[in-house]
Ligand binder design. Sequence first.
Ligand SMILES: Nc1ncnc2c1ncn2[C@@H]1O[C@H](COP(=O)(O)OP(=O)(O)OP(=O)(O)O)[C@@H](O)[C@H]1O
Length: 338
Amino acid sequence: MSNELLKIKNLSTSFRIGDEYYAAVDDVTLTLNKNEVLGIVGESGSGKSALAFSVMRLHTKAKIEGEVLLNNQDIVTMPKSKLDKIRGDEMAMIFQDPLTALNPLTPIGGQIEETLFLHNRKLGQQGRKKRAVELLDLVGIPNAERVFEQFPHELSGGMRQRVIIAIAIANDPKLLIADEPTTALDVTIQAQILDLIRELKEKIHAGIILITHDLGVVAEMADRVAVMYAGQIVEIASVEKLFENPLHPYTRSLLNSVPVEGQDTLHVIQGVVPSLKNLPREGCRFAARIPWVDASAHEENPTMHEVESGHFVRCTCHEHFYIPDQNEEKGEQSNGIS
Ligand SMILES: Nc1ncnc2c1ncn2[C@@H]1O[C@H](COP(=O)(O)OP(=O)(O)OP(=O)(O)O)[C@@H](O)[C@H]1O
């Protein structure tokens, strides 16, 4: 029996700017196995959230092409009625900001009960209340009976995020997408929420897509990692391989911007992900940020290459990449390339 839970095939998500559509997710192909945590990392603007929202089919105005197969059912083309059933039941999402994801006017218990009611009509009112309190307990909320009656504004940010997680797992989803689940929280609370997600992974046996710009989080949580840049996946590998042997210059740059014990110099590649309208659509999208690497190092149409089993990297430029000395980098950038 296949272990594959989700297969994303040639997915492109394009937004309209003026009269044109621009792909924020550009021909992405990925798989997620059952019980696996796949980390998706990349700088702000690389397309991580656009990808997550496409998998949940939450974009209302975007043009979506390609396939998103959850247990072989295509989310992109399925009728809305079926989608409503699957969303919140087979797949669920934990959003960045717990306050905006909760209804301020409905007590916590009511919000959990609503999700339970939508997807399990057999559970009566008593059953729903019992299950809602159980879920609050499961996500580590003390005094669950009391919190059941409270409104979102009466809880701390960390507790609200636990409620969001309780809602997301209410119907035992097979796929859980966590989009920067700790960004809006204090550092100490972040660690607690990550611990909770890790514990839940064992309890609910879901496949988890964890979106983050924090490589530390990925190192601790993920089984495999996909690195995204300018709408494309540029490298995929197991977490061990990615940290041991990062290949794509962008991955190396992300890793180099993390301080490492015993290493006194850091090199951070300058620049940011270009805006959607200005993304280079031809050639290697990262070329402009590593101008000291010769143009001939890049492929004309970069594709993913499997360099060792399960480790894929886009473009051939990684074979020729090196960290420049300061003069070389400055010299290149003063030539107007940055
Ligand atoms: N609804 C939209 N309309 C137009 N452009 C959009 C829309 N949503 C996202 N974009 C653009 O698509 C690109 C990818 O955005 P996305 O939010 O997916 O990035 P991200 O990697 O999740 O960044 P962050 O970490 O900041 O959330 C960006 O250039 C963004 O401005």
